[in-house]
Design a protein around this ligand. Sequence first.
Ligand SMILES: Nc1ncnc2c1ncn2[C@@H]1O[C@H](COP(=O)(O)OP(=O)(O)OP(=O)(O)O)[C@@H](O)[C@H]1O
Length: 697
Amino acid sequence: MAHVLSLLKKKRSASVLVITLIYALYKAKSHFQSQAGSNGTQASSHSSRNASNSTKRHKRGKVGVNSTFFKQMRELLPICIPGVFTKEAGLLAGLATVLIARTWLDIWFSAFNGSVVKAIVSRNKEQFIAKAIVEFGFMMWPMSIVNNSLKLTISALALCFRERLTKFAHNQYLDGITFYKISNLDNRLQNADQLLTQDIDKFSENLSHLYSDIAKPIVDIFLFAYKLGEAIGNEAPFAMISYFVLSGVILRSFSPPFGRYTAVEQKLEGDFRFTHSRIITHSEEIAFYGGGEREKEVVNNTFQKIVNHVRKVYTLRFLNGIFDSVLVKYCATMTAYYLLARPVFDPRYATDNMGSITDDPTKLMEDYSRNCMFKIYPPFSPSYLINLSQAVGRLILTGRDLTRFAGYTSRVAELFEVLSDVSKGKYNRTMVSSEKETTQSKVVDSKDMKGKVIIKDGVIVFDNVPIVTPNSDILLKDLSFKVSTGMNCLISGPNGCGKSSLFRILGDLWPLFGGTVTKPAASKLFYVPQKPYLALGTFRDQVIYPDTATQAKVRGFDDDELMKLLDTVHLGYLVEREGGWDAIQDWADVLSGGEKQRVAMARLFYHRPQFAILDECTSAVSVDIEAIMYEHARKVGITLFTVSHRTSLVRHHEYLLRFDGEGHYEFRELDPEDIATPFGFGHGKTRQQSPSKKLDQ
Ligand SMILES: Nc1ncnc2c1ncn2[C@@H]1O[C@H](COP(=O)(O)OP(=O)(O)OP(=O)(O)O)[C@@H](O)[C@H]1O
């Protein structure tokens, strides 16, 4: 009686332990779900752009193995495996062959091990040598080759998938100016760089494993269930599989949404990476300001968010893992012991391969070891039951890992969706209303724009064109002016009034909401910014960017011709100083501010467009060199639009386009008075406009 009571007590404490564990898992899951949600929101709250990301995530709902996941996979798989006669399809076929070979070797090994155990138990030395030395010595080669071929094929497949996806993404991202639009007009993606580098890689890696993680267990389940059925009766594999299916269902309903946590983690990693890349990009400015401490605070805060998130995920994985192991491993082992021992203890269930009453002990040992004994040679297991359990267990764990994979899938699919939308001219943007302090997501489709573009040489005409920012703020309601070849135009106005925005519309960077723009083809317009972009490559590449050396040669520019361009901007000394045309340096660091601006002017003379937009691009150049460059531009027939506040530039221009920053502008001929008071407002016709308003108000 006392024994029964103590057993009952033990059972009760075991049940209490299990209930406590399930409760802890449930609490941790719900606590963490709310944390993960706020994490995503917190990480997203530092800008309106990020706010949209979190809104988007909420709208998209749970990241997991659901209909969205399968839809995303249907879109991504044809990119990874574009056809039957491709390298990827070949590798998949190869992988299937290797997987079948692996299963065959597992079956061979189970039978082989039984024979070795029998040889030992019956003290049969000849049989032992024939099996353990000769047969195994021969078979170890195919085992080793098959195992390593499996790893090789999976790695090759992952690389092929990554290559396909990355090249596909690059083709869209770097097609035209999609890369600009993704970060300036659409704000669904925050870290395109991370998506293109890390997330595609992780997705490819997981996808390549997925095939073997699903295909191999399925093949194994059928084969080993058949073999085990032969050995200990057909109900045994059926009972085992039913048990696993049931435990899989229980696990699925209790498992936290690891897929969503993976997506949040990737986003936090992207934010962290971004804070570091900003420090590298702006190192000089930060150093001058002595901003190290401030930046440290920012990067540490961003990093802390990752640490908190990952720590919580690990905790949850720990609790989930305990529950998993008990259910999938240990309870399964108990069930397996029971099924295996049944033919031995109950003659009704005995078969020729296990538990027959006439069996001698060595035969029983051989049968037992073949059917059950635990794994001794990873990764080959000598037992049907272990192989079967492992196959089902692997399938269940793959199902669980699928949620993590769904996280990567959702990020990569979102990248491709945004790339496709943006390249078709569809932007999704969160508008921030300062008056109502609200954010609102808005879809803009370039096809709905009423603006018209006419391509024509020798003239730039803006006819009632509104200057509207991507945030739908109207800087100017309708702008009209006409500049023909040879008529340089000076543009002035206070900061933020829309001078550069005008050129963004002219250069097709921003959509044209209305009116008509007449301009030459894009190749006949050239933009020179205040901070010139210096490319990776040789010194020659800086002058001819974005052409290549071969294209420059085709255009008739050898190094002597390029030297003449450099002499025009008084930079001839640079070639020798920097070690020749083929020298490769970090040009943004090596050249001074004025030198960079003069290299950009040499680049302008190399391209010799019909019209050039000079956006404060000579601010660091002395007035005399500036004059030489302007005269040269006129000599070679480049008509200039100059944004500048320098009075010295007035004499190089015929027209003035001036904004007052309150929605008004004037366009008129420059007259001698302007040299003294250059940008006096009101000499000519002034267009009155209401100040900045939202487009749809
Ligand atoms: N990508 C963008 N998204 C939303 N608004 C923008 C974007 N780029 C610029 N703006 C807004 O458009 C307005 C005009 O900017 P723009 O760069 O044209 O000014 P600017 O006249 O060239 O100023 P500055 O003389 O300082 O260079 C500013 O209020 C700016 O905040």
